[in-house]
Ligand binder design. Structure first.
Ligand SMILES: *Cc1c(COP(=O)(O)O)cnc(C)c1O
Length: 283
Protein backbone atom coordinates (compact mmCIF):
# COMPACT_ATOMS: atom_id res chain seq x y z
CA UNK A 1 0.00 0.00 0.00
CA UNK A 2 3.03 2.24 -0.10
CA UNK A 3 3.21 2.62 3.66
CA UNK A 4 6.86 2.62 4.73
CA UNK A 5 7.72 -0.11 7.26
CA UNK A 6 8.87 2.45 9.82
CA UNK A 7 5.37 3.99 9.70
CA UNK A 8 3.81 0.71 10.84
CA UNK A 9 3.56 -0.26 14.52
CA UNK A 10 3.47 -3.98 15.18
CA UNK A 11 2.04 -4.37 18.68
CA UNK A 12 2.56 -7.30 21.05
CA UNK A 13 -0.02 -10.04 21.51
CA UNK A 14 -0.92 -12.23 24.47
CA UNK A 15 -0.27 -15.98 24.70
CA UNK A 16 -3.40 -16.63 22.63
CA UNK A 17 -2.12 -14.32 19.87
CA UNK A 18 -4.62 -11.54 20.61
CA UNK A 19 -3.75 -7.86 20.63
CA UNK A 20 -4.48 -5.78 23.76
CA UNK A 21 -6.95 -2.92 23.07
CA UNK A 22 -5.49 -0.87 25.93
CA UNK A 23 -2.07 -1.21 24.26
CA UNK A 24 -3.55 -0.05 20.94
CA UNK A 25 -5.09 2.98 22.62
CA UNK A 26 -1.78 3.80 24.33
CA UNK A 27 0.14 3.42 21.03
CA UNK A 28 -2.24 5.86 19.30
CA UNK A 29 -1.74 8.42 22.07
CA UNK A 30 2.05 7.92 22.06
CA UNK A 31 2.23 8.33 18.27
CA UNK A 32 0.16 11.53 18.41
CA UNK A 33 2.44 12.96 21.09
CA UNK A 34 5.33 12.41 18.66
CA UNK A 35 3.55 14.37 15.94
CA UNK A 36 2.35 11.32 13.99
CA UNK A 37 -1.22 10.81 12.77
CA UNK A 38 -2.44 7.26 13.33
CA UNK A 39 -4.83 6.47 10.50
CA UNK A 40 -5.70 2.78 10.61
CA UNK A 41 -5.78 -0.09 13.06
CA UNK A 42 -5.49 -3.48 11.37
CA UNK A 43 -6.86 -6.33 13.47
CA UNK A 44 -7.19 -10.04 12.79
CA UNK A 45 -10.32 -12.17 12.59
CA UNK A 46 -8.36 -15.42 12.45
CA UNK A 47 -4.59 -15.24 12.03
CA UNK A 48 -3.10 -17.53 9.40
CA UNK A 49 -0.89 -19.29 11.95
CA UNK A 50 -3.21 -20.02 14.85
CA UNK A 51 -6.64 -18.66 13.89
CA UNK A 52 -6.34 -16.08 16.68
CA UNK A 53 -9.16 -13.54 16.79
CA UNK A 54 -8.44 -10.11 18.26
CA UNK A 55 -10.93 -8.57 20.73
CA UNK A 56 -12.91 -6.93 17.92
CA UNK A 57 -15.64 -5.08 19.91
CA UNK A 58 -13.05 -3.42 22.17
CA UNK A 59 -10.85 -2.47 19.19
CA UNK A 60 -13.92 -1.04 17.43
CA UNK A 61 -14.52 1.12 20.52
CA UNK A 62 -10.93 2.38 20.53
CA UNK A 63 -11.05 3.23 16.81
CA UNK A 64 -14.41 4.98 17.11
CA UNK A 65 -13.20 6.99 20.11
CA UNK A 66 -9.92 7.94 18.41
CA UNK A 67 -11.34 8.57 14.93
CA UNK A 68 -9.08 5.90 13.40
CA UNK A 69 -10.06 3.62 10.49
CA UNK A 70 -10.78 0.07 11.65
CA UNK A 71 -9.63 -2.63 9.22
CA UNK A 72 -9.96 -6.35 9.91
CA UNK A 73 -7.93 -9.04 8.15
CA UNK A 74 -10.57 -11.76 7.83
CA UNK A 75 -8.91 -13.49 4.86
CA UNK A 76 -9.06 -16.94 6.38
CA UNK A 77 -11.47 -16.64 9.32
CA UNK A 78 -14.21 -14.28 8.13
CA UNK A 79 -16.53 -16.90 6.70
CA UNK A 80 -16.88 -18.48 10.15
CA UNK A 81 -19.68 -15.94 10.72
CA UNK A 82 -21.89 -18.18 8.56
CA UNK A 83 -22.04 -20.75 11.39
CA UNK A 84 -23.69 -19.75 14.71
CA UNK A 85 -20.64 -20.48 16.91
CA UNK A 86 -18.38 -18.75 14.38
CA UNK A 87 -20.58 -15.66 14.55
CA UNK A 88 -20.11 -15.65 18.32
CA UNK A 89 -16.32 -16.01 17.95
CA UNK A 90 -16.18 -13.10 15.48
CA UNK A 91 -18.53 -10.76 17.31
CA UNK A 92 -17.62 -7.15 16.48
CA UNK A 93 -16.53 -7.92 12.91
CA UNK A 94 -19.60 -6.00 11.73
CA UNK A 95 -18.06 -2.80 13.11
CA UNK A 96 -15.12 -2.76 10.68
CA UNK A 97 -14.72 0.13 8.26
CA UNK A 98 -13.17 -2.38 5.88
CA UNK A 99 -12.27 -6.04 5.86
CA UNK A 100 -10.54 -8.41 3.49
CA UNK A 101 -11.86 -11.90 3.04
CA UNK A 102 -10.79 -14.79 0.78
CA UNK A 103 -13.59 -16.89 -0.73
CA UNK A 104 -10.82 -19.22 -2.00
CA UNK A 105 -10.15 -20.19 1.60
CA UNK A 106 -13.17 -20.97 3.78
CA UNK A 107 -15.83 -20.46 1.11
CA UNK A 108 -14.43 -23.41 -0.86
CA UNK A 109 -13.86 -21.46 -4.09
CA UNK A 110 -11.30 -22.19 -6.78
CA UNK A 111 -8.11 -20.20 -6.41
CA UNK A 112 -8.29 -17.18 -6.39
CA UNK A 113 -10.99 -14.75 -5.36
CA UNK A 114 -9.60 -12.29 -2.83
CA UNK A 115 -12.17 -9.74 -1.79
CA UNK A 116 -12.46 -6.51 0.18
CA UNK A 117 -15.64 -5.30 1.85
CA UNK A 118 -16.00 -1.64 2.80
CA UNK A 119 -18.68 0.14 4.79
CA UNK A 120 -18.80 2.98 2.26
CA UNK A 121 -17.81 2.14 -1.34
CA UNK A 122 -17.51 5.87 -1.98
CA UNK A 123 -14.21 5.85 -0.11
CA UNK A 124 -12.80 3.45 -2.70
CA UNK A 125 -14.11 5.51 -5.63
CA UNK A 126 -12.65 8.64 -4.08
CA UNK A 127 -9.23 6.96 -3.98
CA UNK A 128 -9.18 4.94 -7.20
CA UNK A 129 -11.43 6.57 -9.82
CA UNK A 130 -9.27 8.11 -12.54
CA UNK A 131 -11.63 8.81 -15.50
CA UNK A 132 -9.42 8.52 -18.58
CA UNK A 133 -10.63 10.02 -21.91
CA UNK A 134 -10.50 6.61 -23.59
CA UNK A 135 -13.08 5.36 -21.10
CA UNK A 136 -15.55 8.17 -21.67
CA UNK A 137 -17.99 5.84 -23.42
CA UNK A 138 -18.02 3.46 -20.48
CA UNK A 139 -21.21 4.78 -18.93
CA UNK A 140 -22.33 2.44 -16.20
CA UNK A 141 -25.53 4.13 -15.03
CA UNK A 142 -26.41 5.31 -11.56
CA UNK A 143 -27.08 1.91 -10.03
CA UNK A 144 -24.20 0.05 -11.65
CA UNK A 145 -20.73 0.72 -10.31
CA UNK A 146 -17.63 0.27 -12.44
CA UNK A 147 -15.27 -2.07 -10.55
CA UNK A 148 -12.33 -0.21 -12.09
CA UNK A 149 -13.30 2.82 -9.97
CA UNK A 150 -12.96 0.75 -6.79
CA UNK A 151 -9.46 -0.68 -7.02
CA UNK A 152 -6.08 -0.51 -8.70
CA UNK A 153 -6.88 -2.81 -11.64
CA UNK A 154 -8.61 -1.58 -14.77
CA UNK A 155 -8.67 -4.82 -16.78
CA UNK A 156 -9.71 -7.63 -14.53
CA UNK A 157 -11.27 -11.06 -14.73
CA UNK A 158 -14.77 -11.81 -13.49
CA UNK A 159 -13.79 -13.54 -10.26
CA UNK A 160 -17.13 -12.88 -8.62
CA UNK A 161 -18.94 -15.14 -11.11
CA UNK A 162 -17.73 -18.42 -9.61
CA UNK A 163 -18.65 -17.28 -6.09
CA UNK A 164 -22.12 -16.22 -7.18
CA UNK A 165 -22.66 -19.36 -9.28
CA UNK A 166 -21.70 -21.78 -6.54
CA UNK A 167 -23.95 -20.05 -4.02
CA UNK A 168 -26.81 -20.20 -6.53
CA UNK A 169 -26.11 -23.88 -7.23
CA UNK A 170 -25.55 -25.19 -3.70
CA UNK A 171 -27.42 -22.64 -1.57
CA UNK A 172 -26.16 -20.90 1.56
CA UNK A 173 -27.35 -23.75 3.81
CA UNK A 174 -24.72 -26.03 2.28
CA UNK A 175 -21.98 -23.46 2.93
CA UNK A 176 -23.15 -22.92 6.52
CA UNK A 177 -23.18 -26.68 7.13
CA UNK A 178 -19.69 -27.15 5.65
CA UNK A 179 -18.21 -24.33 7.78
CA UNK A 180 -19.96 -25.66 10.89
CA UNK A 181 -18.49 -29.10 10.15
CA UNK A 182 -14.98 -27.60 10.04
CA UNK A 183 -15.53 -25.87 13.39
CA UNK A 184 -16.91 -29.10 14.83
CA UNK A 185 -13.97 -31.23 13.68
CA UNK A 186 -11.48 -28.68 15.02
CA UNK A 187 -13.19 -28.71 18.43
CA UNK A 188 -13.09 -32.48 18.51
CA UNK A 189 -9.45 -32.52 17.38
CA UNK A 190 -8.52 -30.05 20.15
CA UNK A 191 -10.28 -32.29 22.69
CA UNK A 192 -8.44 -35.33 21.34
CA UNK A 193 -5.08 -33.55 21.69
CA UNK A 194 -5.96 -32.33 25.19
CA UNK A 195 -6.67 -35.92 26.27
CA UNK A 196 -3.56 -37.38 24.62
CA UNK A 197 -0.64 -38.33 26.86
CA UNK A 198 1.99 -37.61 24.19
CA UNK A 199 0.52 -34.51 22.49
CA UNK A 200 0.37 -30.95 23.85
CA UNK A 201 -2.37 -28.53 22.78
CA UNK A 202 -0.76 -25.15 22.04
CA UNK A 203 -3.73 -23.25 20.60
CA UNK A 204 -7.19 -23.87 19.18
CA UNK A 205 -9.25 -21.20 17.47
CA UNK A 206 -11.83 -21.36 14.66
CA UNK A 207 -10.77 -24.35 12.50
CA UNK A 208 -7.05 -24.28 13.39
CA UNK A 209 -5.56 -26.53 16.05
CA UNK A 210 -1.85 -26.09 16.83
CA UNK A 211 -0.21 -28.83 18.84
CA UNK A 212 3.05 -30.68 19.25
CA UNK A 213 4.47 -33.94 20.41
CA UNK A 214 5.63 -33.30 23.97
CA UNK A 215 6.40 -36.22 26.27
CA UNK A 216 7.44 -33.71 28.93
CA UNK A 217 11.15 -34.48 29.37
CA UNK A 218 12.76 -33.07 26.20
CA UNK A 219 14.52 -29.75 25.63
CA UNK A 220 12.92 -27.18 23.31
CA UNK A 221 15.48 -28.00 20.60
CA UNK A 222 14.79 -31.73 20.87
CA UNK A 223 11.04 -31.07 20.75
CA UNK A 224 11.49 -29.07 17.54
CA UNK A 225 13.48 -31.95 15.99
CA UNK A 226 10.91 -34.58 16.97
CA UNK A 227 8.01 -32.50 15.66
CA UNK A 228 9.81 -31.56 12.44
CA UNK A 229 10.47 -35.23 11.81
CA UNK A 230 6.85 -36.16 12.58
CA UNK A 231 5.66 -33.52 10.11
CA UNK A 232 7.87 -34.87 7.33
CA UNK A 233 6.65 -38.37 8.05
CA UNK A 234 2.96 -37.40 7.98
CA UNK A 235 3.44 -35.40 4.78
CA UNK A 236 5.22 -38.19 2.92
CA UNK A 237 3.67 -41.25 4.49
CA UNK A 238 0.07 -40.54 5.43
CA UNK A 239 -2.88 -39.25 3.52
CA UNK A 240 -3.08 -36.03 5.53
CA UNK A 241 -1.75 -32.64 4.50
CA UNK A 242 -0.51 -31.29 7.80
CA UNK A 243 1.58 -28.12 8.03
CA UNK A 244 3.68 -26.47 10.72
CA UNK A 245 3.98 -22.95 12.06
CA UNK A 246 5.45 -21.03 14.98
CA UNK A 247 3.26 -20.13 17.97
CA UNK A 248 4.87 -18.11 20.77
CA UNK A 249 8.28 -19.04 19.39
CA UNK A 250 7.52 -22.79 19.42
CA UNK A 251 7.55 -25.08 16.39
CA UNK A 252 4.06 -26.58 16.24
CA UNK A 253 2.03 -28.85 13.99
CA UNK A 254 -0.97 -27.08 12.50
CA UNK A 255 -4.21 -28.78 11.64
CA UNK A 256 -6.44 -26.47 9.59
CA UNK A 257 -9.73 -28.12 8.71
CA UNK A 258 -11.47 -26.22 5.91
CA UNK A 259 -12.06 -28.92 3.33
CA UNK A 260 -15.78 -29.59 3.02
CA UNK A 261 -15.07 -33.32 2.53
CA UNK A 262 -13.09 -33.74 5.75
CA UNK A 263 -14.55 -36.16 8.28
CA UNK A 264 -13.80 -36.96 11.92
CA UNK A 265 -12.07 -40.14 10.74
CA UNK A 266 -9.65 -38.01 8.68
CA UNK A 267 -8.83 -35.77 11.66
CA UNK A 268 -8.61 -38.68 14.13
CA UNK A 269 -6.42 -40.81 11.87
CA UNK A 270 -4.07 -37.86 11.35
CA UNK A 271 -3.72 -37.32 15.08
CA UNK A 272 -3.27 -41.05 15.66
CA UNK A 273 -0.50 -41.11 13.07
CA UNK A 274 1.30 -38.32 14.95
CA UNK A 275 0.81 -40.25 18.20
CA UNK A 276 2.24 -43.41 16.60
CA UNK A 277 5.31 -41.50 15.56
CA UNK A 278 5.54 -39.93 19.03
CA UNK A 279 5.50 -43.38 20.64
CA UNK A 280 8.36 -44.55 18.40
CA UNK A 281 10.40 -41.37 18.86
CA UNK A 282 10.13 -41.48 22.64
CA UNK A 283 11.25 -45.12 22.95
C1 LIG B 1 -4.22 -16.06 3.42
C2 LIG B 1 -4.12 -14.88 4.29
C3 LIG B 1 -3.65 -13.68 3.80
C4 LIG B 1 -3.15 -13.54 2.36
O1 LIG B 1 -4.22 -13.62 1.49
P1 LIG B 1 -3.98 -13.86 -0.08
O2 LIG B 1 -5.33 -14.08 -0.63
O3 LIG B 1 -3.09 -15.04 -0.20
O4 LIG B 1 -3.35 -12.62 -0.59
C5 LIG B 1 -3.62 -12.59 4.64
N1 LIG B 1 -4.04 -12.68 5.91
C6 LIG B 1 -4.51 -13.83 6.44
C7 LIG B 1 -4.99 -13.85 7.85
C8 LIG B 1 -4.57 -14.98 5.64
O5 LIG B 1 -5.05 -16.12 6.17
Amino acid sequence: MGIAPDRIRVLPTDAAGRIDPVGVSAAIIADRSEGCTPTVVCANAGTAAAGAVDPLPELAEVCAAEGVWFHIDAAYGGFAVLAPRGAVALEGIERADSLNIDPHKWLFQLYEAGCILVRDAGTLEHAFSIGHDVLQDAVWGTRHANPADRGIQLSRSFRALKVWMSIQAFGMAAFRAAIDNGLDLAERAAEYVRDSSTLELVSASLSIVCFRINPGDLSEDALTDVNREALARILWGERAFLTSTMVNGQFVLRLCIINRNSTWDDARETLQAVERYAAEAIE
